[in-house]
Design a protein around this ligand. Structure first.
Ligand code: GSH
Length: 203
């Protein structure tokens, strides 16, 4: 299989970390692609033009990180990335949903900040700041209570990749302020080799 990715994409990073943790990385060809580029070599495979995009050996192309996780779960024999049987009381999927929701919001917000100043919507930036802060406050309490700990499951990967992306690539968001527990949690997860190997470039 072949993964199309961009070094700065948090979504692609979650898949890249999962591949390493599942022992599937060596068997996966990687292709770095440009985004928002009409000449990107990604477009013939994925007309939507987003990463992660995974081309299977049979030529089928999967997009959307959660759908890619579904496929990866057919390729290894360990605990599933996505426990779909309720055996963990749906906790992993619940935590994953919060982490993915956080990244969705702050990614939209950061895209807004990259637009020319006169095109930026203050209302939208305020909405995303409120959403992100509310979510981080909830995560601070959850992590203090023991959530997102233990085995490196997909929820932990997604939250770590989200915070790493926010720290290194978001133009204004200072997520560590007021979140000491989450901050310490992040400092620990970023020392895991699969996280170090996939650190997004700072912009
Ligand atoms: N819901 C998608 C989001 C993927 C996504 O937004 N990827 C960004 C990179 S972080 C992208 O490819 N953006 C290109 C564009 O917006 O044209 C997923 O979970 O895979």
């Amino acid at each position: 299989m072949k993964l199309f990715y961009a070094a700065g994409s948090p979504y692609a990073r979650i898949v890249r970390i999962a591949l390493i943790e599942l022992g599937l990385d060596a068997a996966t060809e990687k292709e770095f692609v440009t985004l928002r580029d009409p000449h990107s070599m990604l477009l013939p495979y994925n007309p939507v033009g987003r990463v992660p995009t995974l081309r299977l050996d049979n030529g089928v192309v999967l997009t959307e990180s959660l759908l890619i996780f579904s496929y990866l779960d057919t390729q290894h024999s360990g605990p599933p990335l996505l426990p779909r049987d309720g055996s963990d009381n749906w906790v992993t999927l619940s935590r994953l949903g919060t982490a993915m929701g956080l990244i969705d919001g702050i990614a939209v917000w950061n895209r807004e900040l990259r637009r020319p100043a006169h095109e930026r919507s203050p209302g939208m930036q305020a909405l995303e700041l409120t959403r992100a802060t509310r979510t981080l406050d909830a995560l601070e309490t959850a992590v203090a209570g023991g959530a997102y700990t233990g085995r490196l499951d997909v929820a932990r990967i997604a939250l770590g990749a989200t915070l790493g992306w926010a720290e290194r690539r978001h133009r204004t968001f200072k997520w560590r302020e007021g979140h000491p527990v989450l901050s310490a949690w992040y400092d620990e997860i970023e020392t895991i080799p699969s996280f170090i190997a996939t650190l997004p470039p700072i912009v």
